[in-house]
Ligand binder design. Structure first.
Ligand code: SAM
Length: 259
């Protein structure tokens, strides 16, 4: 997938996907597993996943056998790939923007979206969270998995510096919020927070890579990064930003209920 993108310009998550990385969210597989457990997805659920990307969480959701599943991603190649992951006719993939999914209101008991809000503007973040609220039935569960800045009273200068460095190196407009700001935004859009989980931002650390991908796959990814022109420089740049600002950033998941 994504062979035609230019390595020097492509968004960081697609670069890592092209190098063979399957787990592309900040808190890794560990945080995703905790989210799946907290959501307690079962055979009665209708699940909507925002931006499933290459589908690693989608497959964990399928293993829980929900009644319905709909994955919505704006990348057509991703959607075509996702469709090849299941032949269950109650599981669908839609090539659309999640700010306006086109799905009927109240169609879901669970909405999940990972590594998709951080890269949006404030206005878009709110649109997406409001869309989750529109889709959910009352009492429905919503989970996000994003980057949070810390502490809650982080200086504006540092916040801007981190946002600028992330955008520069990942090539997407990364605008993480503090935990307090994420919860305020969810409350404003109609959600009550029931759980907050965190994990260090170790997406590109070797130990996390091995835990996320397995030893053999992690070795293959490292080899591809080292031997693909321009890839090493780009990944090193991303890793440097994560290391430099490690104390100011964490992976966060918030589980909320539609009031
Ligand atoms: C970093 S990946 C995250 C993928 C997946 N959730 C994961 O954690 O591995 C970003 C994905 O979000 C999708 N995406 C970003 N903004 C979107 C939007 N507004 N509507 C639909 N999909 C979007 C991209 O196409 C891409 O597949």
């Amino acid at each position: 997938m994504f062979e035609h993108y230019d390595i020097q310009k492509m968004p960081g998550h697609w670069l890592l996907a092209r190098m063979g990385k399957r787990v592309l969210r900040p808190g890794g597989r560990e945080l995703t597993m905790k989210i799946i457990d907290a959501l307690d997805i079962n055979a009665d659920d209708s699940v909507v996943e925002f931006a499933p990307g290459i589908g690693s969480t989608a497959q964990l959701i399928f293993a829980r056998k929900p009644q319905h599943y709909t994955g919505i991603d704006q990348n057509e190649e991703a959607v075509n790939h996702l469709a090849s992951l299941t032949n269950n006719h109650r599981y669908n993939f839609i090539n659309k923007n999640i700010t306006n999914s086109g799905l009927p209101g109240l169609c879901a008991s669970v909405v999940l979206g990972e590594a998709v809000l951080t890269m949006q503007t404030e206005e878009r973040k709110e649109q997406i969270i409001s869309e989750a609220c529109r889709l959910l039935q009352r009492g429905g569960r919503y989970a996000i998995h994003e980057i949070a800045l810390r502490p809650d009273d982080i200086q504006n200068g540092m916040k801007n510096e981190i946002q600028q460095k992330l955008s520069e190196k990942i090539h997407v407009n990364a605008r993480p919020l503090t935990t307090h700001e994420w919860t305020l935004m969810l409350n404003k859009c109609g959600f009550r927070i029931i759980k907050i989980l965190t994990n260090p931002m170790h997406l590109l650390k070797l130990s996390r890579m091995i835990r996320d991908e397995g030893f053999m796959r992690a070795a293959g990814i490292a080899f591809r990064i080292a031997t693909t022109p321009h890839a090493f420089k780009r990944v090193k740049g991303m890793r440097n930003v994560f290391d430099t600002y490690e104390h100011y950033m964490t992976a966060i998941s918030i589980i909320a209920i539609k009031e």
